[in-house]
Design a protein around this ligand. Structure first.
Ligand code: GDP
Ligand code: MG
Length: 437
């Protein structure tokens, strides 16, 4: 039910200088009067006062009043800034619950903002992304989302489709109006080409940008003792993986994360791949092959001073992967025109420079309007599919069938912004929100 008044602790439930208890709904203003000495509620003001329970002061607070409709949820809202003790904060929340306020579900404030038409679904997602952001690029991209990047990207296309749809509709419903432009398959064809290329570009950019935002799943592979673990340690600048001269040291997967200038790597160091009779090492090798399958980038490490047929097999095994071949132990031997590193001395700039160069163009997508998540990309692909199916069949389709196809694509694009929502999807999405947001 949308009309009840909800409350939640909006700050992290830890000890801190202040905490914020938030309310939204039509009883927000009257509820605060019931639990405090604040009697003159004034919209868009911060008021000083005390919260009481059973006649005893439980905290000294500052209360902000926001009057509907110019609020986050478009409802009356109150924010109680109290002292940030976990106990006090909980007490204030419990008082509100006792007075009939309902505990907000995760993401319910933002859900109301969306359902009350203040923000689009894409912006609601961006609000959540901003909370979850763990690096500069994720935060920056979420801010752009809040600023309407997905709307900017989609609205021109949505408007165009709407125009074409209404024109076809008029053509069908009012054939007697001959002064209105008639939509024909021939006129649709060039438009369709343009729509396909726009959707393809949006998907491509979103997928490239996702890697920039979330990091590239990268595995380091090679035969035993070439210096894979030394390379992982050099990249993450820590001695995380054990390095020895004994072949088969790394038996399990070792993970690390590194933020280079243009790209973050989600690294996995693996057990050296070779023929082995050792039971534990064999399991490690199987795991290496499994992660190799999933990897978005493979760094194949060779020992410059010792290249043999085992390396040939690995070169063959990885030939269809997105791969970089690095020649380690450049102190012993080095090759011109190859990526040469000395992992032992953490001299790996040839590799990191190459990685930054590879993702230079993609990092610039940060300045562009791109789709932000799997849900949005999936819907864009659905729209793209509709257009592509239509293009294949265009010669055999009547205008009313064309209309149905365009309509379907239109709905997929609208759904990205949440213009047409399915209850189930929304429940799922908002359930992933933080409490009190
Ligand atoms: N000379 C030289 N030795 C290295 C270099 N990198 C690693 N090593 C040595 O090679 C051996 C194997 O290294 P390690 O990182 O455990 O290899 P892994 O089995 O591929 O993980 C160790 O003795 C390292 O000290 C390098 O750049 N130059
Ligand atoms: Mg190792």
């Amino acid at each position: 039910m949308l009309s009840d008044t909800i409350c939640a602790i909006s700050t992290a439930l830890k000890q801190g200088a202040i905490s914020i208890v938030r309310m939204s709904g039509e009883d927000s203003f009257s509820l605060i009067k019931e639990i405090s000495d604040i009697k003159n509620v004034e919209a868009n003001r911060i008021v000083y006062g005390h919260i009481y329970d059973d006649g005893k002061v439980i905290d000294e607070v500052l209360v902000s009043f926001f009057k509907a409709p110019k609020t986050y949820t478009r409802e009356d809202m109150v924010e109680i800034n109290c002292h940030g003790g976990v106990y006090v904060t909980r007490m204030i929340l419990n008082l509100l619950l006792k007075k009939g306020c309902r505990l907000a579900e995760p993401g319910e404030f933002t859900r109301r903002a969306y359902l009350n038409g203040r923000i689009s679904l894409a912006k609601a997602e961006a609000a959540n992304d901003l909370i979850m952001a763990s690096n500069r690029i994720q935060a920056r991209s979420a801010i752009r989302g809040l600023d309407g990047s997905v709307e900017r990207l989609l609205l021109p296309l949505i408007e165009e489709l709407k125009d074409v749809l209404s024109l076809i509709e008029v053509n069908i419903d009012y054939p007697e109006y001959d002064d209105i432009e008639e939509m024909t398959e021939e006129k649709i064809r060039p438009a369709l080409k343009k729509w396909i290329s726009e959707c393809e570009e949006a998907v491509d950019k979103a997928e490239r940008f996702r890697v920039i935002k979330d990091g590239l799943d990268t595995v380091i592979i090679g035969k035993p003792n070439v210096g894979k673990s030394s390379l992982l340690n050099a990249l993450i600048e820590k001695d995380k993986a054990i390095v020895t001269e004994i072949a088969g040291t790394t038996r399990d997967l070792v993970e690390g994360r590194v933020n280079l200038k243009n790209i973050s790597l989600n690294l996995i160091d693996t057990a050296g791949i070779h023929e082995s009779d050792d039971k534990v090492e064999k399991i490690g090798i199987e795991k290496s092959l499994a992660v190799l399958d999933q990897a978005q980038l493979v760094i194949l490490v060779l020992d410059s001073s010792n290249i043999d047929e085992e390396d040939e097999r690995l070169l063959e095994l990885t030939k269809n992967k997105n791969r970089l071949i690095v020649y380690n132990k450049s102190d012993l031997k080095s090759y011109a025109n190859q990526l040469c590193i000395c992992a032992k001395d953490r001299e790996i700039s040839q590799l990191t420079d190459k990685l930054n160069e590879m993702y230079q163009d993609d990092v610039e997508l940060l300045e562009e309007d791109v789709l932000n998540n799997e849900r949005q990309i999936a819907l864009m692909k659905e729209a793209l599919n509709c257009f592509m199916e239509m293009e294949k069949e265009l010669d055999n389709l009547s205008i009313d069938v064309i209309m149905i196809e365009i309509e379907e694509a239109y709905h997929h694009l609208c759904a990205i912004l949440g213009k047409e929502y399915q209850e189930e999807l929304i429940d799922h999405m908002f359930a992933n929100f933080c409490l009190g947001k």
